[in-house]
Design a protein around this ligand. Structure first.
Ligand code: C2R
Length: 204
């Protein structure tokens, strides 16, 4: 069991939630909590719910059809395997729906990816990469930023941090290349010249 909160209506801040994070099972929470954490970093209030289109279809219908009136503006839905949750939400609302395909043991999340992304024409689900709940949250912030100056500024700052992260990684990788023995020198000493370079890390 993965704990979400003691309350099923988890609110990140005291403010009225504007993003509804749904997941098909509490086993999805280790991935989906990254969406909640990212929204929190942007100062966006959200609520997280475990609701399954397969196991509790009526609860999904009730939640989704009442959410707009309570102030929810975007849904993020994570599900694995036969991942129909995001599609069912999209069928029930005119609000934007962002799908997070959850990685699975048997098919590595390809099943989730295809069942989330391959929606019929007329009912879109904006699908992010397998397990990338962070991107789902950023996309939700981008939707909200269309009518929110503060969020526009936060997104601009976020882009700037990405550039800084890449520049730092670029500097570090060149510094370690200068320190590393050349392949020929290393080969002469019996090595393969394969000194491990640090992995470029992007600040997200
Ligand atoms: P359990 O770990 O509870 O067995 O769930 C969940 O999202 C989870 O990734 C296994 C997987 O089943 C998924 N699930 C769906 C739906 N409901 C649950 N894909 C749905 O309605 O689409």
């Amino acid at each position: 069991m993965h704990s979400i909160t003691s309350s099923p209506h988890h609110s990140i801040t005291k403010r009225r939630p504007v993003v509804g994070i749904l997941m098909g099972s509490d086993s999805d929470w280790p991935v989906m909590q990254r969406a909640a954490a990212t929204l929190e970093r942007f100062g966006v209030s959200c609520e997280s719910r475990v609701l399954s289109a397969h196991r509790s279809p009526e609860l999904v219908r009730r939640y989704v059809t009442s959410a707009g009136a309570r102030g929810i503006k975007v849904f993020i839905a994570g599900a694995g395997g036969a991942a129909h949750l995001a599609g069912v939400i999209a069928a029930l609302t005119t609000l934007p729906v962002i799908g997070v395909p959850i990685e699975t043991k048997s098919l590595k999340g390809l099943d989730s990816l295809l069942s989330t992304a391959q929606m019929p024409s007329g009912v879109p689900v904006a699908t992010v990469a397998i397990g990338n709940a962070t991107n789902a949250a950023i996309l939700a912030v981008q939707c909200l930023a269309l009518s929110d100056r503060r969020l526009q500024r936060e997104l601009t700052a976020h882009k700037r941090r990405l550039v800084l992260g890449i520049r730092k990684a670029d500097r570090e990788i060149n510094r370690s290349r200068l320190k590393a023995p050349r392949p020929a020198e290393a080969a002469g000493r019996g090595g393969q010249g394969s000194r491990q370079l640090p992995r470029a890390r992007v600040i997200g």
